[in-house]
Design a protein around this ligand. Structure first.
Ligand code: ATP
Length: 365
């Protein structure tokens, strides 16, 4: 439980803004947890409450089983890496990485050894004599990460550490951070608004909205089984498609009806949906879980093609079904013209149904 982090009813307001609302969260030892959400949802504030950079209004923060709520950052066993990798420009890489240990008055030889070890782990062992101005952005960010890790923190806190890097470097550093975490196993909390980064890095993802965690789960679950319409719409490129449907029943058979189409339901859901006949629901389906038929066959949804975009490994169609616009991922070799009417078949098992008023997923399984 050395690196376990527990937040109990943590609340933080700035004047009238409730940045974090009574948040409960348990980050397991050695876990890589991503806080994901749109701008202003309270990710950074949550991280700063863990770090001790913000004083919580109420609630408690535990690190490694210790109540650290009243402790300053330096006493919490944490290290942080920010978006602006504030390395000292007048110090060499070696001096930058060893800074914290020098402040702690660790013996010189020990510092040298620890710096060398961590620099090699981050593949900047050859750069120890350079100054930050002689490094690329990615290398500078590695220095910042090395400087945090050399302190052997119980917990590593990262706030959008890759957002100042260009796209290619981001990809490389993302893979590097993943490898690094596997090797050192430090409990990590990572803030990002980039859902791809979250899916790629997180052991679990906490999706935040307006100061609250709306879903906390492993990446595949968050992607496949979003807890709310908001999560389905926030995660995935393109986001999940949504259609308004009504539960109907004919000859004892339950189905979902839209404007000029109907969709069969998963047999296991029939019983629960039978109690909801006439109710409006939101049907969610991912672009890749819709099959395209060149004509509108029996059981297919008639869709009007608006745009066809070839994207290399796939072709993305924007289509209109009734009043709804959907994105459909299809084979790049399929010839589809704008203006054409095609048939769509939804993969039954991949359909997600949400309550129309609350936006919450129905519990059907
Ligand atoms: P971003 O991705 O834009 O950094 P975030 O999810 O990290 O967003 P926070 O920075 O935690 O969000 O902010 C949450 C809310 O609290 C926002 O409405 C923000 O304006 C407000 N806030 C944060 N820090 C302060 C502060 N020091 N004073 C006043 N309001 C603040």
């Amino acid at each position: 439980m050395a690196g376990e982090i527990k937040l109990e009813g943590v609340r933080k307001t700035f004047g009238k803004v409730e940045a974090v609302k009574d948040l409960d969260l348990l980050v397991k030892e050695a876990e890589f947890l991503v806080l994901l959400g749109p701008s202003g949802c309270g990710k950074t504030t949550t991280l700063r409450c863990i770090a001790g950079l913000e004083r919580v209004d109420r609630g408690k923060v535990f690190i490694g089983g210790r109540d650290v709520t009243e402790l300053p950052p330096s006493k919490r066993g944490i290290a942080m890496v920010f978006q602006s990798y504030a390395v000292f420009p007048h110090m060499t890489v070696e001096k930058n990485i060893g800074f914290g240990l020098r402040m702690r008055h660790s013996p010189k030889e020990e510092i040298k050894k620890a710096v060398k070890e961590i620099a090699e782990l981050l593949q900047i062992g050859e750069l120890l004599d350079r100054y930050p101005s002689q490094l690329s952005g990615g290398q500078r960010q590695r220095v910042a990460v090395a400087r945090a890790l050399v302190m052997r923190p119980e917990v590593l806190l990262m706030d959008e550490p890759l957002s100042n890097l260009d796209a290619l470097l981001r990809l490389q550093m993302r893979a590097e951070l993943k490898r690094l975490h596997r090797e050192v196993g430090t409990t990590t909390v990572y803030v990002t608004h980039d859902q791809i980064e979250a899916l790629s890095l997180g052991d679990r993802i906490a999706v935040m909205r307006e100061g609250e965690i709306v879903q906390l789960d492993i990446p595949n679950q968050v992607y496949d089984k979003p807890a709310t319409v908001f999560v389905g719409g926030f995660i995935g490129t393109p986001p999940m498609n949504f259609l308004t449907v009504q539960v109907k029943s004919r000859d004892g058979q339950v189905y979902l009806a839209g404007g000029d189409f109907s969709v069969e339901v998963h047999p296991e859901w029939e019983e629960k949906l039978r109690e909801m006949v006439k109710k409006e629901l939101i049907l969610g389906i991912r672009a890749e879980n819709i099959e395209v038929r060149p004509t509108v066959e029996e059981g297919a949804l008639p869709a009007h093609v608006i745009v066809a975009e070839p994207l290399g490994s796939q072709q993305l169609l924007t289509v209109q079904v009734g009043n709804d616009i959907l994105k459909v991922a299809t084979n790049p070799d399929l010839t589809v013209q704008p203006g054409q009417t095609i048939g769509l078949v939804l993969t039954k098992e991949k359909i997600r149904l949400f309550n129309e008023e609350t936006g919450k997923a129905l519990k059907l399984e």
